[in-house]
Design a protein around this ligand. Structure first.
Ligand SMILES: NC(=O)c1ccc[n+]([C@@H]2O[C@H](COP(=O)([O-])OP(=O)(O)OC[C@H]3O[C@@H](n4cnc5c(N)ncnc54)[C@H](O)[C@@H]3O)[C@@H](O)[C@H]2O)c1
Length: 443
């Protein structure tokens, strides 16, 4: 089985299924397809499947112009190397299945494994000899071995031996949406296998599309690598956010302090403060690790503290807005507050866990009349209510009692904005060094 699969990978006749075609799965599917593999994308979202089969991408990092030539067109005659389907039956014909489904948290911040389990059970129904299965979804150490392996070993009433009849590995995804210097292809890929042969086969497959492979000794180690990376970010962001609060109390400019510290050529890595953390990774992933440690009677203290500080930041921003309005003799209640940028980071359209959404809620709870502008988010649904991005013109800026810079998209013309707004609370230091009529309060 191993030899056959390695040969198929080597001559690129192996068929690859990518399960879950979101921010992670779609770029990966395109990377394999562009490297000559026949790729089937499986997703439960019919609208995504239909869009992809029309050659239309909904992920900014994969422009439609890149996707379209790969898609099967012309009445089912294969003209490219990618097609999407909702039918897991497509796995019957595939040599590898790579799982990229969501791993959210429950309301109590426990791992929600339902997507991984649903995908695994669906794969199990179509598991066949000589198949490679890889999990990419971020999850706690032990998931691949404890949760997925038993389900595949006893799939559809048969017994499959891992490392012999089928191969199982974990490889964390490190994609940073919106980033152009590091992409799927040139970001080193960590891989851990259940057995050495699992690792070898998974490494061979990824090695056809990705420049640098980093093998580790087990699936548990590979799972932990991802959680270390994202916990490191969560903790350091929390640290610099707390330093921002400390600097405020000390009458210091945190941005000046951070920039100066960053001139140290070694031993310091620059993180910048902001209104909180967002996206599908940093606010969630550390809790997967904390949950696992809780089952071992260990309290992951850094994760707990970082979560507290980062979650507090929207409250801190709202306090800043209240103080800034107070300085110009206005109350939060009844004031018109305009948020610039609602995504969790600049130049992308991803709203997941964005702290701007919390800031909108908190300001409205305090009676402010809140609107937003975001060139990437024409509409958004918050607590069941649809809202639309307002026009960003002189009238809108002049009418706002306070403008809050929540996301520093490149498209914003800060001198123009400062020339027309009255009061600006800048949580990103986007207006650093600029002057205008606006009174500016920085984090
Ligand atoms: N977004 C990121 O920046 C990023 C980076 C690294 C790792 N990750 C991890 O990758 C995983 C996927 O994240 P994402 O951002 O791509 O999520 P996403 O929500 O953008 O995409 C997930 C896709 O899976 C589909 N799906 C859900 N259940 C399914 C099922 N049973 N079968 C088939 N498809 C199913 C959804 O319809 C969706 O299209 C998560 O574990 C996340 O933590 C994300």
């Amino acid at each position: 089985m191993k030899g056959q699969l390695l040969t198929k990978i080597d001559n690129r006749t192996a068929k690859v299924a990518i399960i879950g075609l979101g921010y992670v799965g779609l770029p990966l599917a395109v990377a394999f397809a562009e490297n000559g593999f026949h790729v089937v994308g499986i997703d439960v979202d019919q609208s995504k499947v239909e869009a992809l089969n029309r050659g239309e991408s909904y992920v900014r990092d994969v422009p439609s112009a890149r996707l379209a030539p790969l898609v099967t067109v012309d009445k089912g005659v294969a003209a490219g190397t990618f097609r999407a389907t909702m039918d897991y039956g497509a796995l019957d014909d595939c040599d590898a299945a790579i799982v990229c489904v969501p791993t959210p948290l429950s309301k109590t911040k426990d791992p929600d494994m339902s997507y991984i389990l649903a995908a695994t059970d669906a794969i199990a129904q179509h598991l066949h000899s000589g198949m490679l299965v890889v999990l990419e979804s971020t999850t706690y150490p032990g998931t691949t071995e404890e949760l997925i392996l038993p389900r595949l070993q006893h799939a559809h009433g048969c017994t499959y031996e891992v490392g012999q009849d089928f191969f199982l590995a974990f490889s964390p995804e490190r994609i940073d949406p919106g980033r152009v210097d590091y992409t799927v292809e040139n970001t080193p890929k960590v891989i851990g296998g259940i057995t050495p042969d699992c690792l070898e086969i998974a490494s061979a497959l990824y090695g056809e599309a990705i420049e640098h492979i980093v093998p580790v000794s087990s699936t548990d180690a590979a799972e932990m690598v991802k959680l270390l990376e994202n916990t490191f970010r969560a903790v350091n962001i929390a640290l610099v956010n707390e330093v921002a609060i400390m600097c405020d109390k000390l009458g210091l400019n945190v941005w000046e302090v951070v920039e100066a510290a960053a001139t140290k050529p070694y031993g310091f890595m620059k993180f910048t403060p902001g209104p909180g953390v967002g996206g599908h990774c940093i606010p969630l992933d550390p809790y997967y690790l904390a949950w696992k440690l809780k089952t071992l009677n260990y309290n992951a203290r850094f994760i707990q503290l970082a979560g507290e500080i980062n979650t507090f930041m929207p409250y801190y921003v709202v306090e800043k807005v209240g103080n800034a309005l107070n300085e110009v003799r206005k109350a939060v209640r009844g004031s018109r507050v305009l948020l610039l940028g609602v995504t969790y980071k600049p130049n992308i359209s991803d709203l997941r866990e964005s702290p701007a959404l919390d800031i909108i809620r908190l300001l409205e709870e305090r009676g402010a009349i809140v609107s937003y502008h975001d060139p990437f988010v024409p509409h958004l649904k918050l607590d069941g209510e649809m809202r639309s991005s307002v026009m960003l013109d002189e009238g809108t800026l002049a009418a706002a009692d306070c403008v809050v810079v929540t996301t520093d998209h490149d498209a914003y013309d800060w001198p123009w904005i400062l020339g027309r707004a009255e009061l600006v609370v800048d949580t990103r230091n986007a207006t650093d060094g600029l002057r205008g009529q606006a009174r500016v309060v920085r984090l």
